[in-house]
Design a protein around this ligand. Sequence first.
Ligand SMILES: *Cc1c(COP(=O)(O)O)cnc(C)c1O
Length: 362
Amino acid sequence: MNLRIPGPTPCPEPVLKAMSKQMINHRGPEFKGILERTAERLKHFFQTRNDVFVLTCSGTGGMEAAIVNTLSPGDGVLATTNGAFGDRFAEIVEAFGAKVQRLQFEWGKPVEPEAVQKALQADPSIKAVLITHNETSTGITNDLAAIASVVKRAGKLVIVDAISSLGSLDLQSDAWGCDVVVTGSQKGFMSPPGLAMVSFGDQAWAAHKQAKMPRYNWDFTKYKSFQARWETPWTPAVTGVYALNTAMDMMMKEGLPQIFARHARVASVAREGVQSLGLSLFGDLNYASNVITAVRATDGLDPKKLLAVLETEYDVIVAGGQSKLDGKIFRIGHLGWVNEKDIEDLIKVLKVALPKAGYKKV
Ligand SMILES: *Cc1c(COP(=O)(O)O)cnc(C)c1O
């Protein structure tokens, strides 16, 4: 099977093997060593000196942890959104009683730093700004450095959903002033789903001391005191941590700049490939993501039919559109364990599969 969705992504053989190891005591010396190695090496990928916690949950749990550890009910929050995941972040803060102002941009367009600056000037009561680094639903990478810089100048908290970007796209947490950054195991980290990783900086700790949102499972006071002796407060997904560590071995060996460059190359193969078939890309090309390519369904193409044909006849899985883009686009995930040849092969398959899904141009 050729899994080309934006998570879960395929796991390399050594990662799969690591997961078949026997369980060990999660409070014993061996696991402490593994957790230390995991948390310390994650800092390298987050490009941070801040604490990084490993949570047993999917990425969304990490987003919730970021919120409940920094905010109180009634706090003003500016939620920037240009897609389904930005909307999800806004819904989470709303569910915990924050006063949310949504700063919405058209799907396929980037979040504009100037608009963020204006919104912050207009409402000084805002405490935190939520930013989706890579909006997976539309294939747009926001200019996180520019947005975070505007937010930091206003002295507000920068809380980032980097679930589909971290480990694949450059994200300089400390240099760009990101106070809280959330990612997950099953995308760029080419590991199975089940872990969220969250970095937490000084300004976030200061906010944490005042934060009154209800929390128990995600209480970072507990995480910090347990992490001081390389434990987690509750039993972690031991197998997931084995896998993540093995994946990081491979990623460290390749090197961060090389990983970013590979994703850029693979993305151009995807973009040029679909355009060579007469298809057009969805969204603002200046912000086209290097981890996912969103393609418009034009010229008779039925994207749902395409997904079915690809799966049943070619054993290839791509993603459809989410929410308001359902039936309008399809998406090719190219993050984590992927190279140019994988996507060249996919383009060849698309060439024969597209006409079977109504497409008239190829
Ligand atoms: C995948 C994704 C999520 C959700 O992650 P889960 O692990 O499914 O909870 C959130 N935000 C973005 C940008 C994503 O790509």
